[in-house]
Design a protein around this ligand. Structure first.
Ligand code: HEM
Ligand code: HEM
Length: 181
């Protein structure tokens, strides 16, 4: 099932989740590569956990309502590429916070959002976290790191596509997503 128009809720959810994902990817890449950026870890995790709730709302809405109708006249392959990228993005929005939480919790570090403990850490006798399930924790970490990179490429293509529609094809694809179509 597809639909022609986008509701205010759909538009708001797209931008909250989209811009949130971009900010979390940037923060994730920065904090893991720059000395002295470790203070970002708890903030990255807290915002990641909170945005997961918004993501679930957005995905349930999208699955129930179906993808919006294509308003462009692009070639068949362009529609195919856009469809694949939309799926990568929507699955990625779920898999990123989920894998981050699996990495942290299974690694024994617990789950805390803005000081609120959701799941406690598994502390060893030496006062350091002990993994609950090292294999699951490693899988979570691998998915989080690899998918993070794949999403950078998918988001770049997605944004380029949006501007191609607006500037070259001059159709209403981008205007509809800002509520002006
Ligand atoms: C500044 C960045 C962005 C721009 C300019 C943008 C623009 C757009 C536009 C114009 C559409 C409508 C496409 C159509 O009608 O076929 C769209 C749809 C979509 N965008 Fe973005 N987007 C951005 C960032 C993101 C990010 C970061 C994500 C997710 C990680 C994302 C996920 C999606 C998805 C899943 C759709 C499909 C329709 C829907 O579910 O609402 N977007 N975007
Ligand atoms: C929408 C949500 C999220 C996005 C887009 C995101 C994105 C990223 C990215 C791009 C990295 C850098 C990976 C690399 O080294 O190349 C990262 C690292 C990390 N993220 Fe997230 N993240 C999200 C949510 C979470 C959540 C909810 C948690 C945990 C509760 C989390 C925990 C971590 C940890 C522990 C690292 C460091 C990984 C490591 O090198 O061990 N993230 N994140």
């Amino acid at each position: 099932m597809t639909t022609k128009s986008l509701t205010r809720t759909e538009i708001s959810l797209h931008w909250i989740v989209g811009l949130g994902m971009i900010a979390l990817i940037a923060a994730g890449l920065y904090m893991t590569r720059v000395d002295g950026a470790r203070w970002l870890y708890p903030l990255h995790k807290s915002f990641g956990i909170v945005i997961f709730a918004v993501i679930l709302w957005r995905v349930v809405l999208r699955v129930r309502k179906g993808w919006p109708d294509d308003v462009s006249k692009g070639a068949k392959w362009e529609h195919g590429v856009a469809w694949v990228i939309h799926w990568v993005l929507i699955v990625g929005t779920i898999a990123m916070p989920l894998s981050g939480m699996v990495d942290s919790y299974m690694g024994g570090r617990g789950l805390t959002a803005f000081g609120l403990e959701i799941l406690g850490a598994n502390m060893g006798d030496n006062g350091r976290p002990v993994a609950i399930n090292r294999t699951l924790g490693d899988i979570g970490e691998t998915v989080h790191v690899l998918l993070g990179k794949a999403l950078v490429a998918a988001i770049l293509l997605h944004v380029l596509g949006a501007f191609k529609h607006h500037i070259i094809d001059r159709d209403s694809t981008l205007r509809r997503m800002v509520g002006r179509a």
